[in-house]
Design a binder for this molecule. Structure first.
Ligand SMILES: Cc1cc2nc3c(=O)[nH]c(=O)nc-3n(C[C@H](O)[C@H](O)[C@H](O)COP(=O)(O)O)c2cc1C
Length: 402
């Protein structure tokens, strides 16, 4: 399998499956691990393991009635790249074991291993890997794969925090119920931050959150699942980040976000609404504040010419309903090509939204740090124009002590 690494200089590689398989010379069996290797971490950085664990806990299943009852502890173990708490410059290895891989669940998957789960990825994996593909819990196509991304993103976030850059995401829509958000100007970042993770859905519009959660519990009763949308904001990103042609910061972020399972659409700033606007309505008009160019609005989402403009980066991502549902659906047995019926009995998230937002934060953090390293690498080689010092000298220092 190719394509398990994201990033050009700051690189995050993951391996591991939903249930996985472990083997030694003495014994083997179900229950592997997700392993993340982070390449390109500078030496001498104090990595706070508790803060990495906090990121993983945001995504951990079994925390509310909205997500899968699978009881993974998602305890992170750093197995390389650290010497007495400080990074050594060597690859940082983060291990998260799969602990809730009981036989009863494995047998549920075995019973339907050749049957296509509508909306899921079995058929395409079968086309590509044949009968040797991993059938248990969807293997690498499982949402479990994303715990490794969050681990890598947690390392990126700690380095970004030193530059005063933070990345937060929240749920802004669920099953057609919309919440207020930053991209349409009905919420400000401070409110998002104050209400961040104060309800099971992590919707920062608290009254919309109540309606969304009540609706999802009804969806759950009906044996169904629901889609929604999240909004991601990066604050403190220096102007000029991103390379203007193929490696636009927008493109790098899109690469990261579009690689997450279950995402179906991505918008930047005012997004698709721009297609219905006049130039006079869409253009963000600049003004000068404290000697710096600012913009009255942020319809471009902080992206112009492939680079950041110094305002918040704002993205929205649509998320489809969880493919696994309890309702009976038509399907096909991939081996016999017989027509079948399937009502999945396996564990699943009612909505992927409350579990995908930390993954989106992680991918944006990795993309930003990689772009920052790339810019500084080029700056170091080129000794060109002083304007690049803006990237070399952080403008906003956070109050984080790393
Ligand atoms: C955090 C997360 C949790 C997920 N949980 C489930 C789940 O419980 N059940 C399920 O059928 N799909 C779940 N998915 C979705 C599948 O992983 C995804 O639909 C599948 O890989 C097919 O990819 P695609 O939807 O991008 O085509 C989850 C995805 C993510 C990112």
């Amino acid at each position: 399998m190719l394509g398990n690494t994201f990033g050009r200089i700051f690189q995050v590689t993951t391996c591991g499956e939903s249930y996985g398989w472990h083997a030694t010379t003495e014994q083997s069996g179900w229950g592997g691990a997700i392993l993340t290797i982070v390449n390109g971490v500078p030496a001498g950085i104090r990595l706070d393991v508790a803060r990495i664990q906090q990121e993983l806990d945001k995504r951990r299943p079994g925390q509310s009635k909205l997500d899968s009852p699978r009881k993974e502890t998602d305890r992170v173990e750093i197995v390389s790249g650290l010497g007495q708490g400080l990074t050594t410059g060597a690859p940082v290895g983060l291990l998260i074991r799969n602990v809730d891989t009981q036989d009863s669940h494995i047998e549920q998957y075995r019973a339907v291993k050749d049957v296509i789960r509508p909306g899921h990825a079995e058929l395409n994996f079968f086309y590509k890997y044949g009968e040797h593909g991993d059938w248990c819990g969807a293997g690498r196509a499982s949402g479990r794969e994303t715990v490794g991304r969050v681990a890598g993103g947690a390392v990126a976030k700690q380095i970004l925090a030193r530059e005063g850059i933070e990345v937060l995401a929240h749920v802004i829509e669920s099953h057609g119920i919309k919440g207020r958000c930053i991209s349409d100007g009905t919420m400000i970042f401070e409110e998002m931050k104050a209400n961040y993770r104060t309800n099971d859905l992590n919707c920062c519009d608290l009254s919309a959150a109540e309606r969304m959660i009540a609706d999802l519990l009804k969806v759950r009763e009906a044996g169904d699942t629901a889609g929604g949308a999240i909004e991601i904001v990066a604050r403190g990103v220096p102007a000029g980040l991103g390379e203007p042609v193929f490696d636009k910061i927008k493109a790098t972020i899109a690469h990261g976000l579009c690689s997450i399972g279950a995402m179906t659409a991505l918008e930047f700033g005012s997004g698709a609404a721009a297609s219905r606007m006049l130039g006079s309505e869409w253009n963000d008009q600049p003004f000068v504040e404290a000697g710096r160019v600012r913009f009255h609005t942020n319809r471009c989402g902080g992206f112009l010419g492939g680079m950041s403009n110094g305002e918040d980066l704002v993205m929205r991502m649509s998320v489809k309903a969880t493919p696994t549902i309890s309702k009976q659906q038509d399907t096909v047995d991939m081996m016999t090509l017989e027509q079948k019926k399937l009502a999945a009995i396996t564990r699943r998230d009612i909505s992927i939204c409350p579990r995908i937002y930390p993954v989106a934060e992680a991918m944006v953090a990795i993309a930003l740090l990689d772009a920052l390293f790339l810019a500084r690498g080029w700056c170091g080689l080129s000794h060109l124009d002083k304007k690049w010092q803006n990237l070399a000298e952080p403008r906003h220092r956070g109050d984080y002590s790393i």
